[in-house]
Design a protein around this ligand. Structure first.
Ligand code: ATP
Length: 296
C-alpha cells in the first residue's frame, strides 16, 4: 500500500514491500532504478515509527536519449534593452539546440535572462543580434504578420498567471486559439473538450476560472495552449504560484504531452525540484549559458 506523490512515498504499512504483482509497477515508478526504489522503501520502513510521508532521495534517472532532430537552434543570441540612457545586456551570446520531443528546464538567478530567452524563442520579441531557428523557420527575421501565424500554429504558451478570460467558460477559453486560427466551430469544440478531458477537467468544462483552483486553472491554460497542436510548448514559471504537490501534477502533464504527442516542452522555473523533472536543465547566468559539468 503505497503511493508516490511529488517526490514522497506515502506508506500505510511500514516495512511491508509491495506485492509481487505490484513490484514491477513499483520499480517502474523509479524508472527501473532499483537502488532508488530500495532506498525509498528503506526510508519509509526503517524508522520503526508509523511512517506517513517519508522523503525519498530523488531517483537518478537514466538520461533520455535525445531525438537528434533539432526543433530549436539558437546561435550567438543577444538582447539589449535600452531604458533611458541605460543599456541592459539581458542575453550576451547564447547558443543552444533543443531537440524535437525534449523537455528542457531553463534555470538561473533572477535577472539571468531566462524569460528574455523564452520570449525570443517564442517570437514574442526580436533579438538585438544572433539567429533563432524554430522548426526550420528563421523567426528573428520574420515579418510580424507571418510570425504571428507561425506562432499560432507552432507554439503554445503557458504562463504563471494563466491569462484565462474570466467571463468565459473553460471550454470556450480553451477554444480561443482556434478562433484566431479560424478553425470551424464544431471540430474546435470537440478538440477543446478532448483536451479538457486529457487534463482531467471534464467536470469543469462549463465552469468559469474563478470557480477553479490554481492547479485547475493552470491545467486549463495548458489545454488551451495545446489546442492548435503546437510542436513546441513554452512555459514561464508554470508552477510559480502552486504548491509542490500541484506543481508535480503539472510536471506529470508535461511529461505526458511529450510522450504522447512528441511535443517539445521548454519551461522557465526557479524551482529546482520541478527542473529535476525535465530531461535536461540549461542554466543561465548574466545572460550566458553556464557550461554543463561533464560526468566523470
Ligand atoms: N522589457 C524590459 N526592459 C528593460 N529591461 C528588461 C526588460 N525585460 C527584462 N529586462 C532586464 O533584462 C534582464 C534579464 O531579465 P529576464 O526577465 O529575462 O530575467 P529572468 O532570469 O527571467 O528573471 P526572473 O527570474 O526574475 O523572472 C534583467 O536585468 C531585467 O531587468
Amino acid at each position: 500500500m503505497w503511493e508516490r506523490r511529488g517526490g514522497h512515498v506515502d506508506v500505510t504499512e511500514p516495512g511491508r514491500a509491495p506485492s509481487s504483482a505490484g513490484a514491477a509497477d513499483f520499480l517502474a515508478r523509479f524508472d527501473g532504478d532499483l537502488e532508488a526504489a530500495i532506498a525509498a522503501l528503506r526510508a519509509a520502513a526503517g524508522t520503526g515509527t508509523p511512517a506517513t510521508t517519508a522523503p525519498i532521495p530523488t531517483p537518478r534517472r537514466p538520461a533520455r536519449p535525445r531525438s537528434g532532430r533539432a526543433l530549436i537552434d539558437v546561435t550567438d543570441l543577444r538582447k539589449t534593452y535600452t531604458v533611458g540612457r541605460q543599456k541592459i545586456q539581458a542575453l550576451d551570446g547564447v547558443s543552444l539546440t533543443i531537440d524535437e520531443g525534449e523537455f528542457v528546464a531553463l534555470v538561473g538567478a533572477s535577472g539571468s535572462g531566462k524569460s528574455t530567452l523564452l520570449q525570443l524563442i517564442g517570437g514574442l520579441d526580436k533579438p538585438s543580434a544572433g539567429r533563432i531557428v524554430v522548426d526550420g523557420a528563421d523567426i528573428g527575421r520574420m515579418r510580424d504578420a507571418k510570425l504571428s501565424t507561425f506562432r499560432n500554429s507552432t507554439i503554445g504558451f503557458v504562463f504563471q498567471f494563466f491569462y484565462l478570460q474570466p467571463f468565459l467558460q473553460l471550454v470556450t477559453n480553451t477554444e480561443v486559439p482556434g478562433m484566431f486560427a479560424g478553425t470551424k466551430r464544431g471540430p474546435r469544440r470537440e478538440h477543446a473538450l478532448s483536451l479538457i478531458d486529457e487534463v482531467g477537467l471534464t467536470e469543469r468544462a462549463k465552469h468559469r476560472p474563478r470557480e477553479m483552483s490554481g492547479g485547475q486553472m493552470q491545467r486549463a491554460a495548458i489545454a488551451r495552449a495545446l489546442l492548435n497542436r503546437p510542436k513546441l510548448l513554452l512555459a514561464d514559471e508554470p508552477t510559480g504560484n502552486l504548491d509542490s504537490v500541484t506543481g508535480a501534477t503539472i510536471m506529470d502533464l508535461f511529461e505526458q504531452i511529450r510522450d504522447e504527442s512528441g511535443t517539445t516542452v521548454v519551461m522557465v522555473t526557479h524551482d529546482e525540484e520541478m527542473a529535476a523533472r525535465a530531461d535536461r536543465t540549461i542554466r543561465l547566468r548574466d545572460g550566458l549559458i553556464v557550461p554543463q559539468e561533464v560526468p566523470a
